[in-house]
Design a protein around this ligand. Structure first.
Ligand code: NAD
Length: 550
């Protein structure tokens, strides 16, 4: 064990410290050294025994939310053990600690809350955010995931309950990217909530007033970013689950000033482009040959649309031309140039000259897309008629139902494969099991940002980058797509297997770091072998290294 201490907590202080606690695995020698004798059952457990014991406990629960609660209690009690457990059963536990179960955990956050984790900055803290940041026990922080809880997955405004998302995302940073958990910080900016049910819920733990917005909101975010950058000058900031009305503004305001990215806009874009690049290998076509129609025109859709346009432009199609092959359909119907209401700056490049319609099937019939991408959080958004029409128009239609959680997916994997008679190239935002159609078994894989954001963060942290330009995400997408094998494609999988996520993330992280070095944005020395350097940089829960004391 390679811990360094600036103080040496002993006895119960050690047992109650999740960075230092090893529970029943404390050795005889450690029990003497740290005054633990008599405070633990006598048998010294091996790591294997601890993992098996906990795995057995979790397996007693049927409901994913009960598994989540149990895992979080381990997270609060012994961090290295929690991450060893996750690493051992990554495919099984990712859907618990992250989407879809984390969605339910956020909805119930104020009911299942037991252990404090992360930093809460509220609109009442204006003028004293520095003091709050000084209270954080982590000596160094490399990455922050921050939300204001206004658009949690497809579940809407969950206020302070949204804290479950940064917690889950940062758990993935450790599990997938090997970022030392002690160097991660989940942050909730609580500016109130417009969710009446929460405001009237006696157990709700956030501020009980409507959201503040405008200048006060911007000033609080500014104070927060300046405070964390002051204490940790290299920290990367990942914006997460902000409402569309703030997401782009925040990114534009900060992307040139601090190393930051918005996962909903940029991470989603990269993962969707990866799926499309894989689909192109099957179709033996170029991205520029595609006509793409989105259901949904929010942060995710416009982020993906922009990155697709960038990728088409890299293939040689002028960007303006590329945009003409990408259309959006939102809650008001097809986004056309004839729309009377003002179209936002993000949607404008993709507004089309087709006749307005509020029927998605009609839009498919008119535009004749080769691909439809669902990011609308509308269950049944892709009806049988839509998918049958896509299969009529295309030999192999591309159908991505990316909305989260599972209850919000535009269609299920089974529906997509059955209604297209097994012809579609499918990706989903939520986990779906294999589907058999016409004697062939398809293995759909999640087109989920968990393939991308950990690598983007890892590469950016390694490079100690000054900025994270949008093109970094295209580099991440291309590297991820290169990891999809022909066997994966044969099974209908447009992404590599999740079981290999640490290696996948190391690859994505290397591509990101290489790009940042190429752009002159890195502030450390370039290693001779990037992949080797990145792998060595990754924290290993089997050999935890924690520093205690401010
Ligand atoms: P958003 O709120 O910014 O956008 C939602 C969009 O859907 C809006 O344009 C809205 O007009 C549109 N919409 C609502 N009702 C509609 C309807 N009936 N028909 C057509 N369009 C409709 O949200 P977002 O950030 O863009 O996220 C959307 C969804 O994508 C969420 O479910 C989110 O969880 C999911 N998502 C998935 C991933 C992933 O990794 N798979 C990543 C990011 C977001």
């Amino acid at each position: 064990m390679t811990e360094k201490f600036t103080t040496e907590p002993r006895g119960v202080d050690r047992l109650r410290n999740p960075w230092l606690n090893r529970g029943s695995a404390f050795t005889e020698e450690e029990r003497d050294k740290y005054g633990l004798r008599g405070l633990l059952p006598p048998h010294v457990s091996s790591k294997e025994e601890q993992i098996n014991r906990l795995y057995g406990i979790i397996h007693q629960y049927e409901l994913p939310i009960h598994k989540y609660i149990t895992l979080e209690s381990i997270h609060a009690n012994d961090e290295s053990l929690y991450f060893q457990l996750i690493a051992r059963h990554v495919e099984e536990f990712l859907p618990i600690i992250y989407t879809p179960t984390v969605g339910e955990a956020c909805q119930k956050f104020s009911y299942i809350f037991r252990y404090a984790r992360g930093l809460y900055v509220t609109s009442e803290d204006k003028g004293r955010v520095d003091d709050l940041v000084a209270n954080v026990p982590n000596k160094e922080v490399d990455i922050i995931v921050v939300t204001d809880g206004q658009r949690i997955l497809g579940l809407g405004d969950l206020g302070a309950n949204g804290m479950g998302i940064p917690i889950g995302k940062l758990a993935l940073y450790t599990a997938c990217a090997g970022i030392n958990p002690q160097k991660t910080l989940p942050v909730c900016i609580d500016v109130g909530t417009n969710n009446e049910a929460l405001l009237n819920d006696p157990l709700y733990m956030g501020l009980r007033h409507k959201r503040i917005t405008g200048e006060d909101y911007d000033a609080l975010i500014k104070e927060f970013i300046e405070a964390v950058r002051k204490r940790w000058p290299n920290v990367i900031i990942q914006f997460e689950d902000f409402h569309n009305s703030h997401a782009y503004d925040l990114l534009r305001q900060w992307e040139k000033k601090v190393p930051c990215f918005n996962d909903d806009i940029q991470g989603t874009a990269a993962v969707a482009v990866t799926g499309l690049l894989s689909a192109m290998r099957v179709l033996k076509q170029k991205l520029s040959d595609q006509r793409i129609l989105f259901l949904g025109a929010g942060s995710a859709a416009t982020g993906i649309a922009n990155l697709i346009a960038d990728a088409m432009a890299e293939e040689g199609t002028p960007r303006e031309e590329a945009c003409k092959n990408i259309h959006l359909f939102d809650s008001k119907g097809l986004v056309t140039t004839k729309r009377e209401a003002e179209i936002s700056a993000e949607k404008k490049p993709f507004a089309c000259d087709l006749a307005p319609t509020d029927s998605f099937v009609e839009a498919i019939k008119e535009f004749k897309p080769t691909a439809i991408i669902g990011v609308s959080a509308q269950k049944d958004g892709f009806s049988k008629e839509c998918i049958e029409e896509m299969a009529r128009l295309n030999k192999q239609p591309v159908i991505f139902a990316l909305s989260n959680p599972t209850s919000k997916a535009e269609c299920t994997a089974e529906e997509a494969y059955k209604w297209s008679n097994g012809t579609c190239l499918f990706a989903c935002g939520s986990p779906f099991g294999p589907v058999e159609v016409n004697g062939k078994t398809f293995v759909p894989r999640q087109g989920n940002n968990h393939y991308i954001f950990p690598g983007v963060g890892l590469g950016s942290i390694y490079a100690r980058t000054k900025e994270i330009p949008n093109r970094t995400l295209l580099m991440a997408a291309k590297r991820l797509a290169s990891l999809v094998s022909d066997e994966d494609l044969e099974r209908g999988s447009l992404y590599p297997p999740l079981s290999d996520i640490r290696n996948i993330t190391a690859e994505v992280g290397s591509a990101v770091a290489d790009y940042l070095f190429d752009q002159g944005l890195a502030t450390v020395q370039r290693p001779a072998d990037m992949k080797k350097a990145i792998k060595e940089f990754m924290w290993d829960p089997m050999h935890p290294h924690f520093v205690v004391g401010q």
